[in-house]
Design a protein. Structure first.
Length: 254
């Protein structure tokens, strides 16, 4: 059985203590409350301070939670708010399109699937929540790269592997695709990630106009591209879904 790491347990205890109080705490208060030696408590606080999780008041010397911890917490809340706001609209999109719907966010140089609505038929399907998709080849990933500078940089610096014969790996061509995606407001993937599979996606923005994710439909090429081109009604439905979620997040009408 794996053993817990004592230093991490103590750091977590310090953060919980600071989160539970209504005032800043001094080194002696923290050490005595948690039953730690002052030297040990000071070392933990110093490390947390260097990482931005704890701040020290320069006048009183007391400690409080830092901005980095707040940023991480907001990120967690943003993802969960995004998913909660998207639930009814992604259900509607799946029913209207007859295809599976994915909601993804940027995570560790890839696209993390945070919500997945099954294709509304009786076929056997696998839930993909928590799965990672590549940035450079998927519709979700290309949309994020087109509108999010961080995603763009990660895809540009990363290894754009050829996943199928249709995958774009060359830098100049990849940038052209992102320019087109940015200009038209949606991205596509026609057998660039999986043989026989196509997808179309659009970005979701928050109340500040910042990209917070992307939503898209995925299905067999013969259904999404019956004449060799993506069905315009699917593109319109995906964009309408993205706009609806954005409005529920507080974005203005656009």
């Amino acid at each position: 059985m794996a053993r817990n790491i004592q230093s991490l347990e103590r750091a977590a205890a310090v953060l919980r203590l600071l989160a539970g109080g209504d005032r800043r705490l001094g080194l002696s208060d923290i050490a005595s409350t948690l039953g730690l030696a002052k030297g040990t408590a000071h070392g933990i606080l110093r490390t947390l301070q260097q990482e931005g999780f704890v701040e020290q008041d320069p006048v009183s010397g007391r400690y409080q939670l830092g901005a980095e911890l707040l940023r991480l917490g907001n990120s967690y809340l943003d993802v969960h708010e995004l998913r909660a706001r998207a639930l009814p609209w992604t259900d509607d999109l799946a029913r209207a399109s007859g295809e599976s719907v994915h909601l993804g966010v940027l995570h560790h140089q890839g696209v993390l699937i945070v919500h997945h609505v099954f294709r509304p038929d009786d076929s056997r399907q696998v839930l993909e929540i928590g799965a990672m998709q590549p940035l450079h080849s998927t519709a979700l990933g290309k949309v994020l790269c087109a509108v999010d500078p961080v995603a763009h940089a990660e895809a540009a610096e990363g290894d754009r592997k050829a996943l199928t014969p249709a995958t774009v790996t060359e830098a100049a061509e990849f940038e052209q695709i992102l320019e087109l995606t940015r200009a038209r407001g949606w991205g596509s993937d026609v057998e660039e990630t999986w043989d026989g599979i196509a997808s179309v996606a659009a970005p979701v923005r928050d109340r500040r106009g910042m990209p917070v994710g992307a939503v898209g439909v995925t299905g067999a090429v013969e259904r999404l591209c019956p004449g060799g081109e993506l069905r315009p009604d699917l593109v319109a439905a995906v964009r309408d879904c993205a706009r609806a979620v954005a409005r529920d997040l507080g974005a203005g009408r656009f």
